[in-house]
Design a protein around this ligand. Structure first.
Ligand code: NAX
Ligand code: ADP
Length: 612
C-alpha cells in the first residue's frame, strides 16, 4: 500500500538512482575485484539488516503501545521471536546470518528452509561440502558458509516441506500456524537471482509466508527484494510474491521496486548501501567489449522521480499572451456514434488548470455547447475545418492531438494534416490516445510523416504518452511483451519515433532525450485511484499546459515535471480521504476518483510549487 506521508511536490531529497539485477551483480564483482571478500560483504549485509530488524521491532512495539492508548512507551520484556525463511541462493545466505546475529542478540529464532534436502543439514554432509570446491570461485559458496555458521550456533530450523506435508488443508494451516509463530517474518527465499516463476514448493512457501504474516498480523520484512518480484522489471509471475511491509534493499536501489508490481509488494524501502558503488571502479578485463559493458553498468537504468522543480511567481507586468496558447485537437464524433467529446474537454480543463494563458479546443461541433458550459474560458473551432485549423496552428504555442480524435480514415487524414502543419510551423507537439493509434498506422504504412516527426523532435518538443496497449501497437508487439519489460519498450519507442515518452501505468516511466542522450525516470507519484477513464486525457492537458508557458525554466516544462504534477494531483485527492477525521468533510478516495476532480488538485499542486 502506498504511503502518502509526504505530498509536497518540492522536496529536499537527492534523486534516487535505480539499477537492474545485472548491474548490481557487476557492482559486486567490481568490489570483489578490488580485493574485498564476498563472504565479508554478506556478513556486513546480514549484520546491518539484523540491526534494522531490531529497530523495526521496537518501532512496531511503539506503534502498538500508541494504538493501545498508552502514553508511556515501555520496552516489552517478553521474548522476541523471528521466523526467517531461507532459500538456497545467497539471499538465503543472508537469511541464515540474520538468524545467527538475531539469536546472538537474544531473539528466539526459527529458520524455515525451502528447497533444502534433509542431507543439507547433516554435519557429515556439511564437512563434505566444506571440502568441496565451488567450481567458479575455488571455494565453498557463501550461502553454505552462512548455513554452517547458523547451524553451529544451534539456530533452530524446520524444513517447510515437512511443516507443509499434511494432506488436509485445515491441518496444513494449523500446523503452519503452530510451527511458525513469530513477531517478525523475514523473507530470504529469493533475491535478485530469481529468473523464473516460483513453482511447486517455492510457490507454496510464498503463499504460506503471506498467509502466516497476515494471520499473525506480524511484520513481513524482505531481504533485498520481496521473493517473486523481478528486480530488473518490476514484474511478478502469476501474482506469486511475498507481500512485504518493509524491504531492506542491499547495495543499490532496484528498478523493479518502483514500477509495475513493485509498489504493491515492497512496502517501505530501507536502503543498506554496503559498498560505494557509484565510485567503485570497474574491474580490469582484457577483453575491450566486456570492459566497455562493465563501465556502462554503473549508469543507473533510471532515476526515481520524487520531487518537482520549483517555479517562480509570475511577473506582475504580464498578460494572457505571456503564458502561451494551447490548441487541443480531439473530441470527434464518428457518424452515428455518441462520440468522444469528453476526452478533449478533460484535456482542455487540465491545460487551463496548469496555467496556459489561452486555449482553443478543436472538437466536433456537436460538443461545442458542452465544452463551453463546463469550460467557458476556452475558444472553439470545428475539428473538421481543416483550413481554419491549419491557419490557427501557425499562431499557437503547442498542439496536443489525439484525445478522442477517432480511429477511422477521416480522422487519420486530419491527423496527418494537423501534424504536418505543426511541424511546418515548428510547434511543440503532444500526441496521445487516438493520435498514437494513427501514428502506429502510419508507421505500418511506412508513411513519411513518421520520419518527419522524428526529425522535428530533434530540435522541438514532441511528447508521446502511450499506455502499454498503445505502446504495443506502436511497436507492433504484444501487450504482454511490452509489459514484460517496460524499460525496453519505452527505449524502443524513442528509438523508432524520436521525442520524449511516458509509458503510463503504476510507476509510469518517462524518457527524455537531451543532446542525443536518453534519460529514463520512474514516477513515484500517482495511485490506483487514477486507473479511471479520462486520466490520460488529463495528463496530456498538463503536458500541453506546461509547454505553453514560455516564462517557465526549461526543467519546469519537462515531460517528467508534467507526469509528477499529474501524479501528485491524484495523490492529493486520495490523501484528503485518509486525513479526514470529520464525517462532514467531503471525501474523495481511490474508488470513485474521477478525471474531472483533477483540475482543482492540479491547481493546488501548481501553487505548492511556487517558490519566491
Ligand atoms: N556475496 C554477495 O555477492 C552478496 C549477495 N547478497 C545477496 O545475494 C542475493 C543474490 O544471490 P543469488 O545470486 O544467489 O540469488 P538468489 O538468492 O535470488 O537465488 C538464486 C538461485 O535461485 C534459483 N532460482 C531462481 N529462480 C527460481 C525459481 N523460481 N524457483 C527455484 N529456484 C530459482 C537460481 O537458479 C539460483 O540458483 C541478493 O539478492 C542479496 O540478498 C548480499 O548478501 C550482498 C552480498
Ligand atoms: N495504478 C496507478 N498508479 C499510478 N498511476 C496510475 C495508475 N493507474 C493509472 N494511472 C495514471 O493515470 C493515467 C491513465 O491514463 P490512460 O490509461 O491513458 O487513461 P485514459 O485513456 O482513460 O485517459 C496515466 O497517467 C497513468 O499513469
Amino acid at each position: 500500500m502506498k504511503n502518502f506521508t509526504n505530498l509536497s511536490p518540492i522536496k529536499n531529497t537527492k534523486p534516487i538512482a535505480l539499477y537492474s539485477s545485472e548491474q548490481i551483480y557487476t557492482m559486486e564483482q567490481a568490489w570483489f575485484a578490488q580485493g574485498y571478500d564476498s563472504f565479508g560483504l554478506m556478513q556486513q549485509a546480514a549484520w546491518q539488516m539484523a540491526q534494522q530488524i531490531e529497530l523495526l521491532y521496537e518501532q512496531k512495539c511503539l506503534n502498538a503501545n500508541h494504538s493501545a492508548n498508552t502514553n508511556v512507551y515501555y520496552r516489552t520484556e517478553r521474548l522476541r521471536r523471528v521466523s526467517v525463511w531461507v532459500g538456497k541462493g545467497n539471499n538465503g545466505g543472508d537469511g541464515w546470518l540474520i538468524a545467527y546475529y538475531l539469536q546472538q542478540a537474544g531473539w528466539q529464532v526459527e529458520v524455515v528452509t525451502v528447497g533444502f534436502d534433509v542431507n543439507d543439514f547433516d554435519t557429515r554432509t556439511q564437512s563434505a561440502i566444506s571440502n568441496k570446491k565451488d567450481h567458479n570461485n575455488d571455494r565453498i559458496t557463501d550461502a553454505t558458509k552462512a548455513l554452517q555458521i547458523a547451524l553451529s550456533a544451534n539456530c533452530h530450523y524446520q524444513r517447510f516441506e515437512e511443516i507443509h506435508s499434511s494432506h488436509n488443508e485445515s491441518e496444513k494451516n494449523e500446523s503452519e500456524k503452530m510451527a511458525l509463530l513469530a513477531d517478525i517474518y523475514i523473507d530470504a527465499l529469493f533475491g535478485i537471482g530469481l529468473d523464473r516463476a516460483p513453482e511447486g514448493v517455492y510457490k507454496e512457501a510464498i503463499s504460506a509466508f503471506n498467509r502466516t504474516t497476515q494471520q499473525q498480523n506480524a511484520l513481513a520484512v524482505a531481504v533485498d527484494i520481496p521473493s517473486g518480484l523481478v528486480a530488473s522489471t518490476g514484474a511478478v509471475f502469476d501474482r506469486i510474491a511475498v507481500q512485504a511491509d518493509v524491504t531492506l534493499c542491499l547495495i543499490a536501489r532496484k528498478f523493479g521496486l518502483h514500477t509495475k508490481d513493485g509498489a504493491d509488494y515492497s512496502g517501505d524501502i530501507i536502503d543498506i548501501p554496503l559498498i560505494p558503488y557509484q565510485t567503485a571502479k570497474p574491474h580490469k578485463i582484457s577483453d575491450k567489449n566486456t570492459k566497455q559493458n562493465t563501465i556502462e553498468a554503473f549508469e543507473p537504468v533510471a532515476i526515481l522521480l520524487m520531487a518537482a522543480h520549483s517555479m517562480k511567481p509570475r511577473r506582475q507586468n504580464s498578460y494572457k499572451g505571456s503564458y502561451g496558447h494551447a490548441l487541443i485537437i480531439g473530441g470527434n464524433r464518428v457518424d452515428g456514434s455518441q462520440g468522444m467529446g469528453g476526452a478533449a474537454i478533460l484535456s482542455a480543463s487540465s491545460t487551463m488548470a496548469t496555467g496556459a494563458g489561452k486555449i482553443t479546443v478543436a472538437c466536433h461541433e456537436a460538443f461545442h455547447g458542452a465544452l463551453l458550459t463546463s469550460l467557458p474560458d476556452a475558444m472553439t473551432i470545428n475539428l473538421h475545418d481543416a483550413d481554419g485549423l491549419k491557419a490557427l496552428i501557425e499562431q499557437v504555442s503547442v498542439v496536443a492531438i489525439g484525445m478522442g480524435l477517432g480511429r477511422d480514415e477521416k480522422a487519420k487524414m486530419l491527423f496527418i494534416d494537423y501534424i504536418q502543419a505543426a511541424i511546418a510551423h515548428e510547434k511543440s507537439i503532444v500526441i496521445d490516445a487516438d493520435g498514437l493509434y494513427q501514428l502506429a498506422s502510419l508507421q505500418m504504412d511506412s508513411h513519411e510523416l513518421v520520419t518527419e516527426l522524428r526529425e522535428h523532435s530533434i530540435n522541438h518538443r514532441v511528447c508521446l504518452t502511450p499506455h502499454s496497449g498503445e505502446a504495443a501497437r506502436l511497436l507492433d508487439q504484444k501487450i504482454s511483451e511490452v509489459e514484460s519489460d517496460r524499460l525496453r519498450a519505452i527505449k524502443q519507442c524513442a528509438a523508432v519515433y524520436g521525442g520524449d515518452w511516458v509509458l503510463k501505468g503504476a510507476g509510469s516511466l518517462v524518457l527524455e532525450q537531451k543532446s542525443g542522450r536518453a534519460r529514463v525516470y520512474v514516477c513515484d507519484a500517482g495511485n490506483a485511484g487514477m486507473a479511471t477513464a479520462g486520466m490520460g486525457d488529463i495528463l496530456s492537458g498538463v503536458i500541453a499546459g506546461l509547454l505553453a508557458q514560455q516564462d517557465l525554466a526549461a526543467e519546469s516544462y519537462s515531460l517528467s515535471q508534467a507526469v509528477l504534477i499529474h501524479g501528485f494531483a491524484g495523490d492529493v485527492l486520495v490523501n484528503q480521504n485518509s486525513d479526514c477525521h470529520s464525517e462532514n468533510r467531503l471525501m474523495i478516495g481511490q474508488r470513485g476518483l474521477q478525471a474531472q476532480d483533477m483540475p482543482a488538485a492540479i491547481r493546488h499542486v501548481m501553487q505548492l510549487m511556487i517558490v519566491e
